[in-house]
Write a protein that binds this ligand. Structure first.
Ligand SMILES: Nc1ncnc2c1ncn2[C@@H]1O[C@H](COP(=O)(O)OP(=O)(O)O)[C@@H](O)[C@H]1O
Ligand SMILES: [Mg+2]
Length: 321
């Protein structure tokens, strides 16, 4: 049974259909990236899963419990980080966490211990006596995560936790989420930026205008988007001959000779750019063997970083079925 599941989940605001028959299945321990442009329906979905919003029709389930019917059992299982944090005047970081720990029914020594633990985990221990309002946005976001870790939930629902953060704060947030993943939490995290989630998540779903366009692995999203992988190869000599050889390799759809960026230090002046068809991932591994068997010396063999944004745009433009 999936840890998070929706079945034909639909949400209307009056006549407007914000979610249209959404079917999600997220297994225990998964980190699921929920990707879509603004207005796609991410927050609506997450609020329903967090028991804060009622579906118009269909079902949402956490650990087999149904939202709207078993909310009281669901709430201890989830930690929900909303897309913005309220203001907490004149409250220190420690007071803030103590307050929420008390609200979760954690008292006495256990409370002090839990607050200390989550401060350590989120790298905020050195800020325990600082006022919440004085924290940077990155620290406030980590504090929001700290807050929902107090009751040690199995499931984390994070609504764009990295939005508005500078690059360094984004990295810190990502490291924190990786740690939570290692702890075995099931994580649903939304973003309108695909590459932010590609490294962190093992599965992704792409939503647009309330419809789920795609659900699967990051590798699959690229295949589905018909992304040809590109590999840069340089050989010590006889470049044209090597290019001719590789033109025959299975899965290669295009071979280009390109002037290398840095042709100094005796490095080859030209390199070969190989484009593979969508099944090409496996074929690329065969290229070095082919070259070596034909007597070429390989000076470089690098796969171009795959362009996830392009894949995402193609998906959301409906170019892919
Ligand atoms: N309370 C509401 N009343 C009416 N329309 C809403 C309400 N909340 C959200 N919407 C609309 O539903 C759609 C999905 O919104 P939302 O779930 O916030 O998207 P996302 O989080 O992906 O940006 C948007 O078109 C938004 O304007
Ligand atoms: Mg949103």
């Amino acid at each position: 049974m999936p840890m998070i599941q929706t079945i034909n989940l639909t949400k209307r605001y009056g006549e407007f259909v914000a979610l249209n028959s959404l079917n999600l299945a997220i297994n225990e321990g998964d980190c699921f990236g929920f990707i879509g442009p603004n207005g796609a329906g991410k927050t609506t979905t997450i609020k329903i899963l967090a028991t804060l919003l009622k579906p118009s029709s269909g079902q949402a389930m956490i650990d087999g419990l149904t939202v709207g019917y078993q909310n009281r059992q669901i709430r201890p299982l989830i930690g929900y980080v909303p897309d913005f944090m309220g203001a907490y005047d004149d409250m220190t970081v420690a007071e803030y966490l103590e307050f929420f720990a008390a609200a979760y029914g954690i008292h006495g020594e256990a409370r002090a211990r839990v607050v200390g633990d989550v401060l350590d985990l989120t790298d905020l221990a050195y800020k325990r006596d600082a006022e919440v309002n004085s924290l940077s946005r990155g620290m406030q976001q980590r504090l929001s995560v700290a807050r929902v870790l107090l009751h040690d939930p199995k499931v984390l629902l994070l609504d764009e936790p990295a939005s508005g953060l500078d690059p360094r704060a984004r990295i810190e947030m990502r490291e924190l989420l990786k740690e939570l993943k290692r702890m075995g939490k099931t994580i649903l995290i939304s973003s309108h930026i695909l590459h932010e989630l590609a490294e962190l998540c093992n599965t992704v779903g792409v939503i647009e205008r309330g419809e789920l366009l795609f659900q699967g692995s990051v590798a699959e999203i690229l295949r589905r988007a018909r992304m040809g992988r590109v590999v840069h190869v340089a050989v010590a000599q006889r470049v044209a001959e090597a290019a001719a050889l590789l033109r025959q390799a299975p899965g290669v759809t295009r071979v280009a000779l390109v002037d290398a960026d840095h042709a100094d230090n005796g490095a080859p002046a030209q390199e070969i750019h190989l484009t593979f068809d969508e099944t090409g991932a496996a074929d690329a591994t065969d290229i070095p063997n082919r070259l070596v068997n034909a007597g070429f010396r390989i000076a470089k063999f690098v796969e171009e970083p795959v362009n996830l944004e392009t894949a995402f745009m193609r998906l959301t433009k409906g170019l892919v079925q």
